[in-house]
Design a protein around this ligand. Structure first.
Ligand SMILES: Nc1ncnc2c1ncn2[C@@H]1O[C@H](COP(=O)(O)OP(=O)(O)OP(=O)(O)O)[C@@H](O)[C@H]1O
Ligand SMILES: [Mg+2]
Length: 1020
């Protein structure tokens, strides 16, 4: 601390001391004084002060004069004979008093008894310190501090906090749960606490730990993420879930606390949001050693009223001995006597004084302090000759003290001036914490004036305290204030008539809206709260939608749905025409959130409600959108209903003159029919022409999902490069909103194309990355598991494929259409064939045919995405099994069936395989002519399409054919081409990838690679 004459400047507490007495000074005057004291003995110009204290705002230089005047008054300095501040006319000021460092005071400030005025809480403080000691020994501690309003929870925790921070090598952070809108902001107090940790001088390890262990949290602090990191981070957290967010921060906090112990204080848990509660629950239950202490305060009564899950959580933790509770009781009379003793040292107060205060306050410390302050303000206790004294008899005071705290506060309030009352009323509407700017503009008054009014109140230590100047989102620097206690705010708020309340809420909402500017979500739930209480339901709903977006960005989809359900209630009260549109928007958003949670029936139901509501209100475009959305969830649980919905969407678009919307919907509908029902030439044409039309119309807003559908259609026609390009576009890039399904369906499509074109190595890489990500997120990576099963099938590793399939079959899946199970059956079937015995009835072939038949049977296997393609592959498998078991008659029947349906599609892969199996059957029959014919047909397809995974088989069969016909040169030419395709596939893997080796050594491959033209001739 700096000392000058009898004064000390205390920057930590932002106050000025004269001896042991705190000297009232407004925050701005304090800042100016501090600047002068820190630059003593030289000229300080007005500009310098303005530049140093308010660098980015315009402040009228005249104000400096005013502050100097105030400072002189406080210091008792004289303008004409200054001993502290000298004015150098037209140039500036100079601090002329000698300034020294007051080391003793600094040490005192660091002493372990900073809040000497806290009485009667020795046991509680001891309990906290014992817990801290345990935490320092890596025994995680969870402490609840409970008690009625004003009982002293915050005071106790403050005192502990201060001492813990002075312990050295302990990190501390605090978060505050907020009444009203706070509960709608997922992780509100946790984000506050973590934010604090990232702003301390030793924040580096914190930020690094977040980056490494909790990217889902790091991204919540945009200012900590460098632009070049953003894309990687965005990918890293794709599809994250609530579970992942919780796990990551637990691990990050544990990691951080392993080095430096961490005390985390969360205040007023009775207002906690469900996500934070989840997180605290996880943090309390984890058993990993951690130098972590969690201190939570709450009011038991409010927990019961708010119906929060806190009660159950706390009871459960208590049963399992995972937490300790400190219940604060009211202060006994001796504690009050002690308090009076410390407040009024050397006083000659009657001993019955403590009894009186105790009787009136009931031992509630907040009330106790209020009574005593009131007596001082009214000069009933006053200093005379340096001693505190009662200036009247105890008996006259006794009946004068109000009966309740509320009454007491009302009396105090009524003694204030009209402007002071107005300022506080507006403040009570804004919340615990308010800026002078907000209340002034809400009241249509000058901000400077109200700032002075509040500064005065704060300096008199009445009702509010100053918490310094902060920059508002609109760049204005404004003084901020806080109610000294939440009950003060409540008392003032309760006095307001309901009309006045809602007028003020409305005005505050408008100010905050102007502050936050368009597109900014930070203040959304707060603004929504004020609009709702200002009975402006339309803007309230709009801001709730923004608040729901906030929740979704924190992967807190359940909270997001809760916010939206609340919005639905408000929508019902909107009288304007916007009601229906908003309702549809909210319902659709609910559908999205359920979808993100994997709750498909709920998602479909919400979209359906949206579609119905839109239909009833004649909002055709909105109806089309909602109907189109239905295909996402229904695609996974009931594809026919999805198709019906998009078909209906097309019908509705016929009534609207909007060619883009029409083409978009046509494309989606045709694509859905092709992918979920069956292949039809006319749908393929429709899909392609709609896509072309959208491109020509310059449509930029088609949902990636629509394009992905259309890309699949391209892929199924063998237009692989084009499809690949379209899928790539569907994979979200820099800063795009993260939608897991969009990403997965595009990535899934990409792997399908890569498989067809033989780039198996790339697929393996994608599969591994995606699976690692899914594991982090706690998602079911079924899509990628069965891609791997498929990949291994193509690489002839049937055992490996079967292993992956078994893992899929063991997994619980949410999707009744059982897509992964189907692929698993097929892979198992092929594995059985590869392992094959000849005994069809009892051996592996029989098993394979059984599995394939299950896939073909619509009862066992209902429709799913691309089900027809898989059913064909199963049919091919049946024919293969019969062929290998040498039952040619049956093999022919099934091969004919398969070929017939494959030739109905436009898929070169299926078609090449269809000709190939026919050729092999003909070869078996030694029907060379037909075999050659089929081989030619297959080769013809390969000439037009690049499908290596089918191509090597075709050429291998061709080679076999020409050996049979003794045409060795042709045989060798085909063998070489088969080999080239095989090597192309193998070389897509890294050299050391075991799958590469196993592919190259699989029997059918080895047959081709290890044989030369001469061998062929010799064999022939
Ligand atoms: N042990 C104490 N000794 C002296 N004064 C106290 C004590 N406890 C609380 N006070 C006084 O009472 C006021 C209210 O206490 P505090 O804010 O800690 O209550 P709280 O329990 O946190 O209330 P709430 O539930 O509303 O948050 C404090 O500002 C302080 O002036
Ligand atoms: Mg408190």
């Amino acid at each position: 601390m700096k000392k000058f004459r009898s004064f000390r400047l205390d920057p930590a507490n932002q106050c000025l001391w004269r001896g042991e007495k705190r000297v009232p000074i407004t925050p701005k005057a304090f800042d100016v004084l501090r600047y002068l004291v820190e630059h003593p003995g030289r000229l300080v110009t007005q500009d310098e002060i303005l530049e140093a204290l308010w660098p980015e705002t315009y402040v009228n230089p005249e104000l400096i004069k005013k502050y100097i005047l105030g400072i002189r008054k406080v210091l008792g300095d004289r303008h004409d004979q200054p001993i502290f501040i000298e004015t150098l006319p037209r140039r500036g000021y100079q601090f002329v008093a000698p300034v020294s460092e007051d080391v003793v005071a600094d040490l005192q400030d660091l002493s372990p008894h900073p809040t000497s005025r806290m009485v009667g809480r020795e046991d509680a403080l001891d309990a906290l310190h014992i817990a801290l000691k345990k935490a320092l020994r890596s025994q995680r501690q969870v402490i609840f501090v409970a008690g009625e309003p004003g009982i002293g929870k915050t005071t106790l925790v403050d005192s502990f906090h201060q001492r813990a921070s002075h312990q050295g090598n302990v990190r501390t952070a605090r978060g505050q749960c907020v009444e009203g809108f706070g509960g709608k902001e997922p992780y509100y107090p946790m984000l506050e606490a973590i934010g604090q940790l990232t702003r301390t001088p030793d924040a580096d390890p914190v930020v690094q730990t977040l980056a490494k262990r909790a990217p889902t949290w790091l991204i919540q602090f945009p200012s900590l993420v460098k632009a070049e990191q953003r894309e990687a981070l965005q990918r890293e957290i794709l599809g994250a879930t609530r579970e992942r967010m919780v796990r990551e921060i637990c691990e990050a906090l544990e990691w951080l606390s392993s080095e430096t112990p961490l005390v985390l204080i969360i205040e007023d848990l009775h207002w906690v949001d469900p996500s934070t509660l989840d997180l605290l629950s996880a943090l309390a239950r984890r058993r990993e050693p951690a130098k972590l202490m969690l201190v939570c305060t709450y009011r038991p009564v409010d927990v019961i009223l708010s119906n929060s899950g806190l009660k159950a959580l706390k009871q459960d933790l208590q049963v399992h001995n995972l937490c300790t509770e400190i219940a604060l009781e009211r202060l006994p009379e001796p504690a009050i006597a002690e308090y009076l003793g410390t407040e009024f040292p050397d006083a000659s107060l009657p001993s019955a004084m403590s009894n009186l205060v105790h009787r009136h306050s009931g031992g509630n410390p907040l009330f106790m302090v209020a009574i005593i302050q009131d007596l001082v303000k009214r000069d009933l206790i006053a200093q005379e000759d340096g001693h505190w004294k009662l200036t009247t008899s105890l008996e006259t005071i006794d009946p004068g003290v109000p009966q309740s705290l509320q009454q007491m506060l009302e009396v105090q309030f009524e003694r204030l001036t009209a402007t002071e009352q107005r300022a506080l009323e507006a403040g009570s509407v804004v919340g615990e914490h308010f800026s002078a700017w907000t209340i002034a503009t809400a009241l249509d008054e000058k901000p400077d004036h109200l700032e002075d009014v509040c500064d005065e109140l704060a300096a008199r230590q009445q009702i509010i305290k100053s918490v310094g100047s902060q920059e508002l989102p609109n760049g204005v620097l404004s003084a901020h204030f806080e109610f000294r206690h939440s009950l003060y705010r409540q008392a003032i708020y309760r006095r307001l008539s309901s009309g006045k309340r809602s007028r003020l809420h409305h005005a505050v909402a408008e100010r905050l809206r102007a502050l936050s500017g368009p597109g900014r979500r930070e203040l959304a739930s707060e603004i929504a709260f004020h609009f709702e209480n200002g009975r402006e339901y339309e803007p309230a709903t709009r801001f709730l939608i923004l608040a729901a977006e906030n929740a979704a960005a924190r992967f807190a989809y359940r909270d997001c749905i809760q916010v939206l359900q609340h919005a639905l209630q408000l929508v019902a009260r909107i009288e304007s025409a916007a009601a229906a549109e908003l309702e549809v928007q909210v319902l659709e958003f609910i559908g999205d959130a359920h979808y993100a949670l994997g709750a498909m029936p709920e998602s479909a139901a919400a979209y359906q409600s949206a579609a119905c509501r839109a239909a009833a209100a004649g909002l055709k475009a909105a109806q089309v959108r909602a109907l189109s959305c239905m295909v996402w969830p229904f695609g996974l649980i009931d594809p026919d209903r999805g198709i019906a919905a998009v078909n209906q969407a097309v019908e509705v678009t016929r009534d609207i003159q909007n060619s883009i919307l029409f083409a978009r919907t046509q494309m989606l509908a045709a694509g859905s029919r092709l992918l979920y029902d069956c292949w039809r030439e006319e749908d393929a044409l429709l899909c392609a022409s709609a896509y072309k039309q959208l491109k020509e119309l310059g449509d930029t807003e088609t949902l990636p999902f629509h394009n992905t559908m259309s890309a699949y259609v391209q892929a199924l026609q063998g237009n692989y490069l084009e499809a690949l390009e379209m899928f790539e576009k569907g994979i979200p890039k820099l800063n795009q909103p993260t939608s897991l399904m969009e990403h997965f369906s595009a990535l899934g499509g990409k792997t399908m194309v890569l498989l067809r074109v033989g780039r198996l190595g790339e697929v393996l890489e994608i599969v591994r990355d995606a699976r690692a990500l899914a594991e982090k997120n706690g998602n079911d990576p079924w899509l990628f598991n069965f891609r791997e099963a498929w990949l291994r099938m193509l690489a002839l590793d049937f055992e490996g494929s079967a292993r992956v399939c078994d893992s899929i079959l063991r997994m619980k899946t949410h999707y009744p259409t059982g897509q992964p199970q189907t692929i698993a059956r097929i892979a198992r079937g092929y594995a059985a064939i590869a392992g094959g015995f000849t005994d069809i009835d009892r051996g592996q072939y029989g098993h394979a045919i059984e599995l394939f038949s299950q896939v073909r049977d619509p009862e066992t296997t209902p429709k799913f995405f691309l089900h027809w393609m898989w059913r064909m592959i199963a049919w091919l498998g049946i024919s293969e099994a019969w062929l290998q078991s040498k039952n040619i008659e049956k093999a022919t029947v099934d091969a004919d069936g398969f070929s017939h349906s494959a030739l109905q599609t436009a898929d070169p892969h299926l078609q090449a395989l269809a000709w190939e199996i026919q050729a092999r059957i003909a070869l078996f029959k030694k029907d060379w002519a037909h075999a050659e014919d089929w081989v030619h047909k297959a080769v013809e397809i390969l000439r037009r399409f690049e499908v290596p995974v089918a191509a090597w088989r075709v050429h291998a069969t061709a080679c076999q054919l020409y050996v049979g016909k003794n045409q060795y040169a042709e045989a060798e030419a085909h063998r070489e081409r088969a080999q080239a395709y095989i090597l192309k596939i193998a070389n897509s893997f890294p050299k050391d990838e075991p799958l590469r080796e196993s592919f190259l050594s699989a029997a059918p491959i080895a047959r081709i690679l290890n044989v030369t033209g001469q061998d062929l001739a010799a064999a022939g």
